[in-house]
Design a protein around this ligand. Structure first.
Ligand code: PLP
Length: 395
């Protein structure tokens, strides 16, 4: 049985005609840049995330970059972010000639550890970029408290987390000063190329983001500040407008798939419970800790949140051998991420203390993302767990 990591055609098959009709409209209009499709999308996303504004941009990476420009990040300023994320989170800080400062992650969630953030604050610290990795919210109350205490900006990297809820149903992207989303095709809401959006409740920031998006010009050809071409185009926005009404249904399906994995792993004797942390036995699969069920944050408060499972990431021993074995059995998997930031060649100049990121290091060596996309069948998920079970129990 073939189980690819992601199957975009399976989703496209369910909306083919709608998409084609909508794209045809855009093509016939011959209006391609920042038009009614983008405006429509911005309105929907702002309402969905629960912010006053949303500003469509060219990618998730550019969403982060334009946000740092909007808060007027200066060369030499320090920005604290997790040592374990997609490269863009750290890359944008360095591109601003600012200094990325890495903090280690929480072993349950793969998300930045608020206790480690506070240890790394200096008088140069200007901002924090919490990343809601794999679609699960960071411990935002703790992060917001730290930001208030030290007067720091929060730029949420919600690229993998559209629709993710933090406690009490508040959505990520509405918790910090600015929220950044990506519409890369593999995200829960993906377009047919690159795209992103920035959310904020702040009037001034929203105005500045809109000006920065078009080279800093307002009115046209008059530049008070220097921006860039960070525009989202009509074709991408049109695709997103067609897909948007299905987003919650798709994310719910991913959660169902995650719950099925969890049940099957436990039934197969590969795991005892979600979020089990100690894997001293070879045959233990560490399951992603979903919804923080019964989980307490750093202050001991119980959390219930809503994980959208952009990725379903387990941690296991002999990860590389297992990945190879699954590939031989036509099961697609991926390692997100094999090299944490403190070990990236391009960040050697930062002279990071390589011993101070044990959880990131462990995650880089043991994590494996399994297929989780909404259109997976029961049989496919069953097959994946069966093969993992074969690997551990037959060898
Ligand atoms: C995808 C992603 C980005 C970048 O988004 P692009 O649209 O690919 O530029 C940034 N941060 C994280 C955590 C991501 O997963």
């Amino acid at each position: 049985m073939k189980v690819p990591l992601l199957d975009l055609k399976a989703q496209f098959n369910t909306i083919r005609e709608e998409i084609k009709n909508k794209l045809n409209e855009v093509i016939e209009s011959q209006y391609f840049i920042l038009g009614k499709e983008v405006q429509d999308l911005e309105k929907k996303i702002a309402e969905y995330v629960g912010t006053k504004y949303a500003v469509g941009v060219s990618s998730g990476t550019d969403a982060l970059l334009i946000s740092l420009m909007a808060i007027d990040l200066k060369p030499g300023d320090e920005v604290i972010l997790p040592s374990y994320s997609f490269f863009a989170t750290a890359g944008v800080v360095a591109r601003m000639n600012a200094i990325p400062v890495f903090a280690d992650i929480n072993p349950y969630t793969f998300n930045i550890n608020p206790l480690d953030i506070e240890k790394r604050i200096t008088e140069k610290t200007r901002a924090i970029i919490p990343v809601h990795l794999y679609g699960q919210s960071c411990e935002m109350n703790e992060i917001i408290n730290i930001a208030k205490k030290y007067n720091l900006k929060i730029i949420e990297d919600a690229a993998q987390a559209i629709g993710t809820q933090y406690k009490n149903g508040v959505k990520v992207g509405a918790l910090g000063d600015i929220g950044c989303f990506s519409f890369f095709p593999s995200k829960n809401l993906g377009c047919f190329g690159d795209g992103g959006i920035v959310t904020t409740n702040n009037d001034e920031l929203s105005e500045k983001l809109k000006i920065l998006r078009v080279h800093g010009s307002k009115p046209k050809y008059y530049h008070k500040i220097i921006g860039g071409n960070f525009r989202l185009d009509e074709i991408q926005a049109a695709v997103l407008n067609v897909k948007f009404p299905y987003l919650d249904k798709w994310s719910a399906k991913r959660r169902e798939n995650a719950e099925l994995y969890t049940r099957l792993f436990i039934e197969a004797g590969l795991s005892e419970q979600e979020g089990k942390l100690i894997y001293d036995e070879k045959n233990t699969v560490l399951l992603p800790k979903a919804m923080y069920k019964g989980y307490k944050d750093s202050n001991g408060n119980e959390i219930t949140n809503y994980h959208i499972y952009n990725q379903y990431v387990i941690r296991i021993q002999e990860r590389d051998a297992l990945k190879k074995y699954l590939a031989e059995n036509e099961i697609g998997t991926e390692i997100y991420y094999p090299v944490p930031f403190h070990r990236q060649e391009c960040f050697r100049y930062l002279n990071c203390d390589l011993n101070s990121y044990p959880i990131s290091d462990d995650s880089a060596n043991s994590s494996l993302a399994l297929p989780i996309y909404p259109e997976l069948s029961y049989e496919q998920i069953h097959y994946v767990v069966q093969k993992i079970s074969d690997f551990y129990f037959k060898n």
